[in-house]
Ligand binder design. Structure first.
Ligand code: GAP
Length: 452
């Protein structure tokens, strides 16, 4: 049997670290130390506000996106997927209003010359306290580039600042090929780019990030109903994946906060270490986008109901979430410290569907006699779960390492396993250990995952 562990101290369902900045430092430190997130181009001194997702981060991020896709596409018959191009011509952004409106008010401090977003600083320079600024000027957030070898105006292209426009410009294609009728949605997950003036708070606001967006096309008269429906659905998605209710809220925008296309928006907010902030915006975009693209392109972007003979431009309800930002919220919510057998441990209480590894496969010792059975168990589990295989250090230390990255179950192969064809399954949160026959192992772990 693996080394025994005392159960988790009764008081410690997972204490949060002592203070907010402390939590942030710990999570950022863990991300780097264990290979979740690295500063991009670190060997060249780092490239500000860009990050690379390491071996564990890429799994976690992928699981976040898969969980979204599962809820928004796979389990619905009214939503289909799309993966549109990142590079797009100016006409798209002209019509969408982004060339004219997608800008932040930029000011320079006259004293220390730092550059800020005027709407974020309340008239006082956060660096030096001065209240003297240059006039605000609009700074467009889109990244501009050139397609092809000639860098002239005719070759201008933009990196998309949101995935949403891909759904609008493909509305007619999707309608024709899928024969969907409103209410129906088009969903997309992918990279977006914004030349943010003040990227900050780790991966909360970066210049390159991933979004998970869905455009839900509805008869105009039903727009308010579906707006409320999606508020509720999206709020519950975060709860279901382990964000505690005390750290999640819905906040309706005031009229002066609304985007240029929206008549109603509410944000799903998470209690970050610096306060409540946005994870996702759910907006009633009306028929703004389809009408704008129809006018600019000359194409008909509307729905013709053959039974009623009615022709109309659908309204759009848009739940728009950030994948990278949401991943960070899951990490912050999951981080906790407790004690096992009188020893401090760090544990990421990630939902098992999100954890970078679902299973750690740990032969009790490095002795060669254990390896064939351990590898057999690994091969048995790999088609079903993302597994880590670790033979280094004592079993206690390996459990701690798996706890720290959120692995919900460890499977230990010991010398008895060679005789009884059973292994020990150890649970991350309770540290309970039970013996499970190898033959029923995948089914047992699947049962636990489905029940989580
Ligand atoms: N299509 C609507 C739209 O893009 P948004 O509120 O600007 O709306 C949606 O963006 C989500 O994308 C945000 O709630 C946030 O999670 C994420 N997001 C936006 N800008 C971001 C940035 N610079 N870095 C990381 N995530 C960002």
């Amino acid at each position: 049997m693996p080394e025994p562990e005392d159960t988790v101290d009764a008081h410690s369902g997972g204490d949060a670290p002592t203070g907010p900045s402390d939590l942030m430092d710990k999570v950022v430190g863990l991300c780097k130390r264990r290979g979740f997130i690295f500063q991009s181009a670190e060997i060249y001194g780092g490239f500000r506000s860009t990050y690379d997702y390491g071996p564990l981060g890429v799994n976690l991020l992928r699981n976040v996106k898969n969980a979204w896709w599962d809820a928004m596409v796979q389990r619905r018959d009214d939503v289909v997927g799309l993966d549109a191009a990142i590079l797009s011509p100016p006409a798209v952004w002209e019509a969408s209003g982004h060339l004219a409106n997608f800008s932040d008010p930029l000011v320079d401090c006259r004293n220390c010359h730092q550059r800020w977003r005027e709407d974020k600083i309340g008239g006082v320079c956060p660096a030096c306290g001065s209240t003297q600024f240059t006039e605000a000027r609009a700074f467009n957030l889109m990244f501009k580039t050139h397609a092809g070898p000639i860098e002239d105006e005719g070759a201008v292209a933009y990196l998309r600042p949101e995935t949403a426009q891909g759904m609008f410009i493909n509305f007619a294609n999707v309608l024709q090929t899928t024969r969907k009728r409103p209410p129906f949605g088009i969903a997309q997950v992918g990279k977006s780019f914004r030349n943010e003036i003040t990227p900050q708070n780790f991966v909360f606001r970066t210049r390159e990030f991933e979004q998970m967006e869905m455009e839900y096309f509805v008869p105009p008269a039903e727009a308010q109903h579906w707006f409320e429906y999606w508020l509720d659905e999206r709020y519950r998605w975060y709860l279901g994946l382990g964000i505690p209710e005390s750290q999640l809220r819905l906040r309706h925008h005031d009229a002066d906060e609304l985007s240029h296309y929206s008549t109603g928006t509410a944000d799903v907010e998470f209690l970050f270490p610096w306060g409540w902030d946005e994870l996702e915006g759910i907006a009633n975009r009306t028929d703004f986008d389809l009408k704008a693209h129809a006018t600019a392109s000359g194409e008909r972007l509307e729905y013709f109901d053959q039974t009623s003979g009615e022709r109309y431009v659908p309204y759009v309800i848009e739940p728009a979430a950030g994948a990278t930002r949401t991943m960070m919220a899951f990490l912050l919510a999951a981080y906790s410290e407790d004690e096992v057998g009188g020893e401090a441990r760090t544990v990421l209480r990630l939902h098992p569907r999100l954890a970078p590894y679902q299973v750690g496969v740990l032969p009790l010792s490095k002795k060669e006699t254990l390896e064939p059975t351990a590898r057999e168990v690994l091969a048995l589990l790999q088609p079903h779960f993302m597994c880590d295989y670790d033979v280094t250090q004592s079993i206690g230390k390996r459990y701690r390492r798996q706890d720290e990255v959120g692995t919900p179950w460890c499977v230990t192969i010991d010398f008895d396993s060679l005789e009884d064809r059973a292994v020990t399954v150890r649970d991350r949160d309770s540290t309970d250990q039970v013996r499970v026959p190898v033959d029923g192992l995948a089914a047992e772990l699947r049962r636990r995952l489905d029940g989580a």
